[in-house]
Design a protein around this ligand. Structure first.
Ligand SMILES: Cc1cc2nc3c(=O)[nH]c(=O)nc-3n(C[C@H](O)[C@H](O)[C@H](O)COP(=O)(O)O)c2cc1C
Length: 349
């Protein structure tokens, strides 16, 4: 058993978190992680506030343990989704990209706010704003890590902030958990590992590709959804890298976002210029590119089209070789971390 500042902060049994992943971290997977003693995170960025309320209710029907939502703070529904989560008194609000305006409101009902960062200076800023903990994402991670690896980033952030850190990017077993604790984190967050479990809705074609892959079989580029990100090295991903970012798909994506938001072209362009001034890049393009990437992501995850789709996956695919249940993943991660630390302790004596 590990009692860390992470387990104490959230009131959970094990220092293990399910990373928020749009479409993948659905109520069954979230609740399975919570019921096994970890912290399940429901991704909400792909839906609107009514859907957030519905999903939160579903999680509560499946578990009475603490859980969280993950929301990107730019984009059409960010404000409304956060508001819905606050009204529902969701225990943990995990955000990425953007400035959290809601920390006091969450603290008022006893909730916790967790920022996700991939650059050390953003960690210091999040602490200053009042965040309770940070998810620190290294380069090894599936999807959007930055350039620093977990081995470097975690201790750098740990020496700059006092709030608890949750290490993400490259973790899939107990050796990783023990290493994360040694580097200054209070626990780990896993994405790829939990995507390849019995309870995950990801298509079996995705799961089989992951368990057959080596640590060499991912690609990191802006070609997939416009932001630097890591996917499985499939034929489609290699083609996209050669062809560069698919502008036509991005324009189609931008139009979809505009229509979805019910905006005229004039208003959409005005909003884009307003957003360009913000710290976190160029949201018009982020949205359009994400829409393009999302289409291909869904092709792979839902339909199993691994030829045309893109599949977010971390370098840890090299070590993920089976499709266990969530409870087994968590139990063996804890047992293995304990064994590793015992072995090190004995070797010291
Ligand atoms: C299939 C898949 C889909 C993901 N989708 C999202 C997403 O929608 N939003 C997001 O912020 N991160 C997403 N991620 C990244 C995870 O939140 C997390 O940062 C990452 O998986 C951690 O690294 P790991 O895969 O090495 O554990 C996704 C990861 C995977 C494997």
């Amino acid at each position: 058993m590990f009692k860390t500042r992470m387990t104490e902060l959230f009131g959970i049994k094990h220092p293990i978190m399910l990373a928020g992943m749009n479409w993948i971290t659905t109520p069954p997977l979230v609740s399975a992680v919570c019921n096994a003693g970890g912290l399940g995170i429901l991704a909400t960025a792909h839906c609107g506030p009514e859907e957030v309320r519905k999903l939160v209710k579903e999680v509560r029907e499946l578990t009475d343990k603490p859980f969280g939502i993950n929301q990107i703070l730019i984009g059409p529904n960010a404000k409304d989704n956060i508001e819905a989560a606050i009204q529902e008194k969701v225990p943990v609000i995990n955000y990425s990209l953007g400035k959290p305006w809601f920390i006091d409101q969450v603290h008022a009902y006893g909730g916790k706010v967790v920022g996700t960062i991939a650059i050390a200076k953003h960690g210091a800023k999040a602490q200053q704003l009042g965040c309770d903990a940070l998810v620190v994402t290294g380069h090894e991670a599936a999807a959007h890590g930055d350039v620093a690896t977990s081995l470097v980033l975690i201790p750098v952030v740990a020496s700059q902030v006092k709030i608890p850190l949750i290490a993400a990017g490259g973790f899939y077993d107990g050796r990783g958990l023990a290493a994360a604790l040694a580097l200054g984190a209070e626990g780990i967050s896993m994405g790829t590992r939990f995507t390849v479990t019995k309870e995950s809705m990801a298509h079996d074609a995705y799961k089989q590709l992951v368990i057959g892959a080596s640590e060499q079989d991912t690609l990191y580029s802006t070609a997939f959804d416009g932001m630097p990100g890591r996917v499985l090295k499939t034929k489609a991903a290699s083609r996209m890298m050669k062809g560069g970012f698919p502008m036509i798909e991005a324009f189609k994506g931008a139009k979809e976002v505009k229509d979805y938001m019910g905006l005229s072209y004039g208003k959409f362009i005005a909003m884009s210029f307003q957003m360009l001034g913000q710290e976190e890049g160029h949201p018009l393009w982020v949205l359009a590119r994400q829409a393009a990437g999302t289409r291909r992501h869904l092709m792979a995850i839902e339909k199993g089209d691994v030829d045309e789709g893109i599949l977010f996956a971390g370098q840890n695919v090299g070590g993920i070789k089976d499709i266990p249940g969530v409870q087994e993943v968590i139990d063996r991660t804890i047992a293995e971390a304990e064994a590793v630390l015992d072995k090190i302790q004995k070797e010291r004596a």
